[in-house]
Structures are given as structure tokens and as C-alpha cells.
Design a protein around this ligand. Structure first.
Ligand SMILES: NC(=O)c1ccc[n+]([C@@H]2O[C@H](COP(=O)([O-])OP(=O)(O)OC[C@H]3O[C@@H](n4cnc5c(N)ncnc54)[C@H](O)[C@@H]3O)[C@@H](O)[C@H]2O)c1
Length: 408
């Protein structure tokens, strides 16, 4: 097994110590069901052909079709794709969704692409993986550096193989293609909703919290705006070029406009955001940000882990020792997949109007997951991450036992 996945899976050993009946399901989750690796090509604007590596991992199919985003990233590799698909498996289980976990990626720096090259890339991904991407088998969505427009092009790539069924294989689509308005920004909004729901238990009052956010992408900006709307003060935000801060609070709408125009006035280095003296540090950029050796630099009471695997397993003990509460990725970034599920359901049922109150359904899904985690946190010495993993694994274990894969 490779390093990133192995380290992520190793975290489950602690959960088996808490509940030894989970040993079999944890064994089952050590490896992905399948990792598909293919070579993709596009025609560059200068007429030359560029080749790039692309992946789709379907990690586990116990609960149904697999579900997971597609990212464009210069550092994408199969180990990372596997780890992200593993986390999707646990997230879908925690949310009681009828999905297994998946992830896709293309190794490309998206900043090097023209609009037409980008269009070709997304279409080519759909074509290349049309054997797996289907509404009843494997469902894609936006992830790092991908947008509803990219999803539209993935659907176009699927069309020759699946005709009108193609839209069911992709969520996070534009509204005129069957996307749901609730999906846009759902990941950031979901984290704020969970902070509200669990605020008392976490000892965090969002309406007066001081917050720093790493990442000014889809998730980070929506989180910041929604938290500010709830009364919080966002005092620092960062992207890969630097940090902007204001002790009296940033105007998030203005920040978003400046970010889009490339006109941010940075006043600190990118990593400085991690040292901000705040109630909440929200990690909404990338993986492996907080490690054992930088926990000492933190001055927050709580970390909201929106980016998948933003905290390495070796940091868990140091964070607990420092008394920093961790809102784990598989719960705190689950607003996106909860909304994606509704988009998929709307396709299956023949329209959004067949679903009823979509906002209430989304909130109920997240409230139930929050309740599931808070009901197991006492078994885990107060660790919200372990409680989330415990609930997810118990759910997967019950399904595996029900399918006769092993005895309970
Ligand atoms: N968008 C979703 O629905 C969703 C759902 C679940 C999890 N996530 C996770 O949340 C994270 C962010 O996703 P997104 O959709 O907002 O991606 P995005 O591509 O829209 O934004 C990523 C942001 O991270 C910033 N960034 C990159 N390197 C950085 C650095 N060194 N320091 C500070 N910022 C840096 C980028 O500048 C960008 O602003 C990812 O880890 C993703 O997997 C997103």
C-alpha cells in the first residue's frame, strides 16, 4: 500500500481499539475496489498535442454507486486519489447516503490552460471514463479547480456513450442542465450550518467568533461569507500567494471581488494565516497542512477541516494536548455531497419538483450526521474525528454484515 492511503487507513486502528467489532470492515477498507489510470490528450492552442495522466478511483461499493469529485491539479497522483476516495467512502457512510466513495483527477496545472484547452480536457475526461461514469455506477462532481462549467463539459464527453442519461452521472452541474441552486457553495455553508448546530457542544458561538480561513476558493469564500452573515468576524484569509488580514474584520464580498480580479493587497505570507489568534481556523485549501511539527504555531480554539485530509494523523495527539477541537473533514465538508445527493435524486425521480423542500432535506441530512457524531463522541474521549469515523464504520459494518461478507 502507498503512503498517503496507508496513513489514512492507519487512523482506523484507533477506532478498532474503541470497538473491536469493526476490525473486519476496517480490513475491507484497506484497499480501493478499483483505480483506473488512463492517458488523456488535448490539442493545444499552438497546434501541438499534450498528453496528461488521469485517474478515477472507485473505493468501495458496499452502499451503492460511488460518488466523488474530479480535480485538476499539477500534483495529482494515484495515491492522493485513492486517499480522497477512501475519505469519500467514510463521508457518505456518515451521512447515511446510498453511495460508496470515489475520486477523479487530471494531473495538470489549470492555470496553464486556455478556455478551449480546458473545455477539451473536461470533455476528454468524460469520454475516457464513460465506461464507469453512470448514474447507477459512479457519479462525478466539482472539486479543486473545477467548476459547474467543467461538469457540463464532462457531461458532453459522456453523451456519445450515454445520451440523455449522461446528466445523471455528474452533479454540481449548471442550473439549466439539472443542477440545483443549493449545490453552489453548499460545502462552505454546510460547515457554518454544523457550527451553528453543534455550537453549544463545541463551546463555539459563531455569532461572535473570530475566524481565519486558509483558501479563497469555492469552499473558503462561501464559508467566510456565510460565517460573516451569521455574525462572525473574518480577520484573515489566504491563498497560495499570501494572506490578507484586518483585525477589525474583512469585507468578504470585497475580498471575493478583489480575488476574482487578481487585485488582493496581501499583508503577510501565505502560511501566516495559520498563526492567527482566533476562535476558529478554517482550512479550505489543500491536504496535509497541519502536521505534528507546526501544531505549536497555532493560536486557535478550533479547526474546521473543510479541505480533505488537511490535518495529518501525526498531529491528532498534539492538537488534543493543546486543547484544540477538530471539526473533521468527513463531517464539516459534507454539505457538498449532501446537496449533490439531492441533485442525483432529482435526476432519478424526474425533476427537482418531485423532491419537496430541498433546503429542509439538506439541513435534515446534516443535522442527522451531527447528531450521530455527537452521540458517539463520549465513546471517543471527546474526539470529534474519532466519533465521526466510529459512526461511519459502524454503518459500513452493518451493511457488510447484512450482505453476508463476514459475521458480526
Ligand atoms: N468544493 C467542494 O464542494 C468541496 C467539497 C468537499 C471538500 N472540498 C475540499 O475543500 C478544499 C478546497 O476546495 P475548493 O472547491 O474551494 O477548491 P478551489 O480550487 O475552488 O479553491 C482552492 C483554494 O485554495 C487556495 N490555495 C492553494 N494553495 C494554497 C496555499 N498554499 N495556501 C493558501 N491557499 C492555497 C487556492 O488559491 C484557492 O483559493 C479542497 O481540499 C477540496 O477537496 C471541497
Amino acid at each position: 500500500m502507498s503512503d498517503l492511503l496507508e496513513l489514512a487507513v492507519r487512523r482506523l486502528e484507533r477506532i478498532v481499539e474503541i470497538d473491536e467489532e469493526l476490525a473486519n470492515v476496517c480490513r475491507l477498507l484497506k484497499l480501493p475496489a478499483e483505480l483506473i489510470e488512463r492517458e488523456l490528450s488535448i490539442s493545444r492552442d499552438d497546434g501541438k498535442t499534450s498528453f496528461m495522466r488521469a485517474w478515477r478511483c472507485r473505493y468501495n461499493t458496499l452502499k451503492g454507486p460511488t460518488k466523488g469529485g474530479v480535480r485538476f491539479s499539477a500534483s495529482a497522483d494515484p495515491d492522493e486519489v485513492n486517499r480522497l476516495a477512501f475519505l469519500m467512502t467514510l463521508k457518505c457512510a456518515l451521512l447515511d447516503l446510498p453511495f460508496g466513495g470515489a475520486k477523479g483527477a487530471i494531473r495538470i496545472d489549470p492555470d496553464t490552460l486556455s478556455d478551449d484547452e480546458r473545455r477539451q480536457l473536461a470533455i476528454a475526461y468524460g469520454e475516457l471514463f464513460s465506461d464507469t461514469l453512470r448514474a447507477d455506477n459512479d457519479i462525478a462532481a466539482p472539486d479543486v479547480a473545477t467548476t459547474p462549467h467543467d461538469m457540463e463539459n464532462i457531461v458532453k464527453g459522456l453523451e456519445p456513450a450515454h445520451n440523455s442519461g449522461s446528466v445523471g452521472a455528474v452533479t454540481g452541474k449548471p442550473l439549466d442542465m439539472g443542477g440545483l441552486s443549493i449545490r453552489e457553495g453548499a460545502t462552505g455553508r454546510g460547515a457554518v450550518f454544523l457550527l451553528r448546530t453543534l455550537g453549544e457542544e463545541l463551546g463555539i458561538d459563531i455569532s461572535s467568533a473570530r475566524i481565519a480561513v486558509q483558501g479563497m476558493g469555492k469552499a473558503g469564500l462561501e464559508f467566510a461569507q456565510d460565517a460573516a452573515d451569521a455574525g462572525a468576524m473574518i480577520i484573515a484569509m489566504s491563498d497560495s500567494s499570501g494572506t490578507i488580514s484586518n483585525a477589525d474584520g474583512l469585507d468578504i464580498e470585497k475580498v471575493a471581488k478583489q480575488k476574482a480580479a487578481g487585485k488582493l493587497n496581501y499583508n503577510a505570507s501565505s502560511d501566516d494565516v495559520l498563526r492567527a489568534d482566533v476562535d476558529i481556523l478554517c482550512l479550505a485549501a489543500m491536504s496535509d497542512v497541519i502536521k505534528a511539527d507546526n501544531v505549536d504555531n497555532l493560536s486557535c480554539r478550533m479547526i474546521v477541516e473543510i479541505a480533505n485530509a488537511a490535518i495529518t494523523a501525526d498531529a491528532d495527539a498534539a492538537l488534543a494536548e493543546k486543547g484544540i477541537i477538530v471539526g473533521p473533514d468527513i463531517l464539516f465538508n459534507a454539505g457538498g455531497v449532501a446537496a449533490s445527493h439531492l441533485e442525483w435524486l432529482a435526476f432519478r425521480k424526474g425533476g427537482e419538483d418531485k423532491l419537496g423542500d430541498i433546503q429542509a432535506m439538506w439541513e435534515d441530512r446534516l443535522s442527522a450526521a451531527a447528531g450521530s457524531v455527537s452521540s458517539t463522541v463520549h465513546e471517543c474521549g471527546g474526539s470529534w474525528r474519532e466519533a465521526a469515523l466510529l459512526y461511519a464504520l459502524r454503518d459500513l459494518n452493518a451493511v457488510a454484515v447484512g450482505q453476508g461478507l463476514f459475521e458480526s
